[in-house]
Design a binder for this molecule. Structure first.
Ligand SMILES: [Zn+2]
Ligand SMILES: [Zn+2]
Length: 321
């Protein structure tokens, strides 16, 4: 096709892709066909509207005010969902560093989906691509290749990144319940938001001394908690490939950063992790605080997970030097 004909065809396809962008807010199934190459790697602003709106909704705190109840709910939901992301979306679904039952797998896939970071298959497929191509042109989110802002919050807003590469996650795609969660990934966050609003309304009536309301729990428990959780998570893509120390001379730019490790429950030991991604533990020394590892150990004691893969002795030997 001539350049002019390509341009005309591309323009004719635009309303179709626009309609699809809107539909994809609710149903992510129809993402196999990409617009032309240039647009596939540019931010799709129409589909980015909910992401921007989530940030603006945090300003609702100006009207709802705050209370210890709202702060407690926001913090608890941050902690629970961060653990679901690091322990399950990352260490379980992406790297298979331990085993668990199908029920526990689904329970944590549900909590992970409540983070508004898409479904477990999408998350794991992109993360496996990240390890495979870390800090090369094929890495979905390298700050070294496309800059800090892009690695933090640009990359996932493109049509190309929207699709779940099922060929990367055949081991997860065999579970219909996970495929369903991945397709309708917005269902869980919407239910969480509604439940928080209802809880706030209930508390306002039955426990007025807690000084909370439906709007307040919605803003703090859902919007603020989720936005903070999002930015904390993606620091591992952006900051942990730029700031910190490099214990291992990996082929990528991954760093160990204790501040990020605290914020993300252990994920900040990112140079350790890129050197040996096959372990459920990311802090390799006793002083490398790794809250997710402690949480997984506790779950193992309770019989909920098993076969946690440890850091091998040869890796520990290198880490001790
Ligand atoms: Zn990385
Ligand atoms: Zn990883």
């Amino acid at each position: 096709m001539s350049t002019r004909a390509t341009r005309v065809a591309s323009r004719a396809a635009q309303p179709m892709f626009r309609r699809r962008s809107l539909r994809q807010w609710f149903d992510t199934a129809d993402a196999s066909e990409l617009p032309d190459a240039t647009r596939a790697d540019r931010i799709d602003w129409l589909r980015a509207v909910p992401f921007v709106a989530m940030h603006l909704a945090c300003l609702g705190a100006i009207w709802t005010g705050v209370s210890p109840t709202a702060l407690g709910v926001a913090a608890a939901l941050y902690a629970l969902r961060m653990f679901a992301l690091t322990g399950f979306y990352h260490r379980y679904f992406s790297h298979k560093t331990f085993r668990t039952s199908r029920a526990v797998q689904f329970a944590f896939a549900l909590i992970g989906a409540a983070c508004v970071q898409r479904g477990p298959l999408w998350w794991a497929a992109h993360h496996r691509n990240h390890h495979r191509h870390a800090d090369t042109a094929l890495d979905p989110h390298s700050p070294s290749v496309r800059g800090f802002v892009w690695s933090h919050m640009g990359w996932f807003l493109t049509p190309r990144a929207f699709r779940t590469e099922l060929e990367r996650v055949p081991d997860l795609a065999i579970f219909p319940e996970l495929r369903w969660l991945d397709r309708y990934d917005i269902a869980v966050p919407v239910l969480l938001a509604l439940a928080l609003y209802a809880l706030g309304v209930l508390l306002q009536h039955v426990a007025p001394s807690w000084h909370t309301s439906g709007g307040q729990l919605l803003v703090w428990g859902f919007f603020i908690s989720t936005v903070v959780l999002f930015h904390a998570t993606v620091t591992i893509n952006s900051l942990a490939h730029r700031y910190g120390s490099r214990r291992f001379a990996t082929r990528d730019d991954s760093r160990n950063n204790p501040w990020l490790a605290l914020l993300t429950f252990g994920e900040g030991w990112h140079n350790n992790h890129h050197y040996f991604p096959g372990s459920a533990q990311q802090g390799f020394r006793w002083w490398e605080i790794d809250l997710t590892w402690y949480g997984l150990r506790l779950m193992a004691l309770l019989g909920l997970v098993h076969d946690l893969k440890p850091v091998p002795a040869w890796v520990l030997g290198k880490a001790a030097r």
